[in-house]
Design a protein around this ligand. Structure first.
Ligand code: FES
Ligand SMILES: [Fe+2]
Length: 377
């Protein structure tokens, strides 16, 4: 570790590793330094489970999609055995990216020289390679990475000794059980290009302190900033509760899901399942922010709107879907100028770590977790 990175890490510990009432945010350079970004890739995103998609997006053998995790090009593929695999999307010939084209096919053909792989990554055919001495098909299998489906979400872990995902998430699975998240259907998706550090959005998502300023009409009237509260989870996720004003029932577009606790009908909760799975769990739906992080100052955001199939079994389901999409779009559009402004401010020479409000406990939780991961040997 370079001296300047070691100094920055020390500054980070001093800001964050203390009780919330005495804590500050991480210093601005944690959001802007390419060295920190590199450390996050290596120590956080290559060593933890990262959510990449929904199993229902690839229902049939041969279905696939491309995504990068920590700069690693991956292809998420459903095999003939129904297993979902995370395969390297880099051809074993001369590194062409695979899987950019066809979204479903019984094989994976490289667009460059048509080396063709099976859905489990084994090389089946390589045209005109018969004069390459000692060429072995078996040596050209696509590397695969740990891949698990949890509550219908596909997760990938790039490390070779990944702990099973479910073990660390047991208490969260218990809280989520009434939502039957593995059955949720994608009611819509909205995509955004986000020119800011990924943590700017993670911070924004995990505090309701800004509701009265940024969402005075959408959130503050029903979910006021002042009564939001973060939990000290001591777990690999942060949780923020946003009760409805006066304990009233939340208005919902779809029928509230059966069997969810009363508290979930009188407010909603958001979670960051570390490092970067942002979830809003509502009485009638779940909203997932998928971040595909490609640089220190950019990521692609896909907002997934998830609802129960029964909820869609109504005559005006299409109208409700579009209301849900428009609502998510409108709320996020309110957050964009805040994130853009913060990103610009972070780059200023005069920016420094700022003190946290008692309403920003979830930011404090996730920054403590991040520091611990960066410090983990
Ligand atoms: S790079 Fe894939 S076949 Fe040549
Ligand atoms: Fe917001």
């Amino acid at each position: 570790m370079s001296a300047s990175l070691a100094n920055l890490m020390e500054e980070g510990r001093n800001a964050v590793l203390r009780p919330l009432a005495q804590a500050s945010t991480l210093p601005p350079r944690f959001y802007t330094s390419p060295d920190i970004f590199e450390a996050e890739r290596e120590r956080v995103f290559r060593r933890n489970w990262v959510s990449v998609g929904r199993a229902s997006e690839i229902p049939d053998a041969g279905d696939r999609f491309r995504i990068d995790v920590a700069g690693e090009p991956l292809m998420i593929v459903r095999g003939k055995d129904t297993q979902i695999r995370a395969l390297s999307a880099v051809c074993r010939h001369r590194w062409m990216l695979l899987g950019e084209g066809a979204e479903s096919s019984g094989t994976i053909a490289c667009p460059y020289h048509k080396w063709t792989y099976a859905l489990d990554g084994t090389l089946m055919a390589a045209p005109l390679m018969d004069k390459a001495e000692g060429f072995e098909h078996d040596a050209c299998v696509l590397p695969s990475f740990a891949c698990e489906v949890w509550n219908g979400f596909i997760f990938v872990n790039l490390s070779s000794d990944a702990e099973p995902l479910a073990r660390s998430l047991t208490p969260l699975a218990e809280e989520f059980a009434p939502w039957k998240m593995d059955e949720l259907e994608i009611a819509g998706r909205v995509e955004f290009d986000q020119p800011c550090n990924w943590k700017v959005l993670a911070d924004n998502f995990m505090e309701a302190y800004h509701h009265f300023a940024i969402h005075p009409e959408t959130f503050e009237p029903n979910y006021p900033a002042a009564i939001s509260h973060a939990e000290e989870t001591n777990a690999p996720w942060a949780a923020l509760r946003m009760p409805h004003r006066d304990g009233a029932l939340s208005e919902t577009l779809f029928e509230p899901l059966d069997g969810i606790p009363d508290s979930a009908r009188r407010g909603f909760s958001v979670f960051n399942v570390y490092p970067s799975m942002l979830l809003a769990v509502l009485a009638d739906s779940v909203i997932w922010y998928r971040m595909e992080i490609d640089s220190v100052e950019h990521f692609k955001l896909t907002i997934y709107l998830l609802v129960h199939p029964q909820a869609l079994d109504v005559p005006d389901a299409e109208t409700l879907r579009s209301f849900l999409r428009d609502g998510a779009f409108a709320v996020h559009m309110e957050d964009i100028p805040a994130c853009d402004g913060v990103q610009k401010g972070l780059l200023s020479g005069s920016a420094r770590a700022g003190r946290l409000s008692h309403l920003e406990g979830a930011i404090h939780e996730q920054q403590k977790w991040l520091m611990a991961e960066l410090d983990r040997p």
